[in-house]
Design a protein. Structure first.
Length: 263
């Protein structure tokens, strides 16, 4: 059963270049950190980003440029120093911690390089967790979790705990968990970074299949050239801002795209 969404009709002006309505928008995001000596390190220096419904955007860049920091800010896991952020048409700027948690749980799904599954719980229980936290009845949460685990091909593994699953299976459970509350945007930070090539390709296929079937917006941070090239748009994070770029799976990394990570 789908949860009711807050009433919101996107402004017709809120559109991406391809004409789709916005699910995620950032305006002038800045993020600074105070170092031990009291100096300021500015990681994000005015990021602008618009992501439309069902659109896939990949973000690339050299290690240490702030890609993960940006994803955490976009997903309301971290607060920007300044700037505006909108999720599902709702402004995030200035919200209390409790309000941020509620909106994050409602609008955003996360998939990280490390699955962060709860070791003592089964695959089914891990996927139920976001729904239970959101106050759904246990029967409804379980039905939703079973549906999602079937969708990612893990029906036979419902009762297995994370340590009983392969790396690829763990990440598929993490994807199912990210979808538990029917988010409007899925944020993935190096989702296949710990997987072998064959398992990585299967996970990439799963992410893009889910994006198409569920009309999810997808924002990927990755060093994987093939994964980045599958997105509708690729953006390079450099010197604290995003710039449009293009990446071909067949071409080597270059200064015009992003630095190739050391193997």
């Amino acid at each position: 059963m789908s949860k009711p969404r807050p009433d919101h009709e996107p402004d017709p002006a809120e559109r991406t270049p391809n004409g789709s309505s916005l699910t995620l928008e950032a305006r002038g995001l800045r993020r600074s950190f105070t170092l031990g000596d009291g100096s300021e390190l500015e990681v994000l220096r005015g990021v602008d980003l618009s992501v439309g419904t069902g659109e896939a955007v990949s973000i690339v860049g050299a290690s240490g440029t702030g890609k993960s920091t940006l994803l955490h800010v976009l997903g309301a896991l971290d607060r920007p120093t300044s700037g505006e952020l909108f999720l599902g048409g709702r402004t995030i700027t200035g919200r209390s911690g409790r309000e941020l948690a509620r909106l994050r749980n409602q609008f955003v799904g996360f998939v990280f390089q490390f699955h962060h599954l709860l070791r003592e719980f089964t695959a089914l229980e891990n996927v139920m967790m976001p729904r239970l936290i959101d106050g759904s009845p246990r029967a409804e949460a379980e039905a939703r979790a079973r549906e999602l685990l079937e969708a990612v091909g893990l029906s036979p593994r419902l009762g297995h705990k994370p340590w009983q699953l392969s790396g690829g299976e763990q990440q598929r459970v993490a994807v199912a968990r990210a979808l538990a509350n029917e988010p409007v945007v899925l944020l993935a930070d190096e989702p296949s970074g710990n997987l072998d090539a064959r398992t990585s390709e299967a996970l990439h296929d799963l992410l893009f299949r889910i994006r198409e079937e569920r009309e999810l917006s997808l924002v990927l941070v990755t060093h994987n050239r093939e994964l980045a090239a599958r997105a509708d748009r690729t953006l390079l994070l450099t010197e604290g801002v995003l710039e449009p770029t293009q990446i071909s799976p067949e071409e080597p990394w270059s200064a015009k795209t992003a630095d190739q990570p050391t193997p």
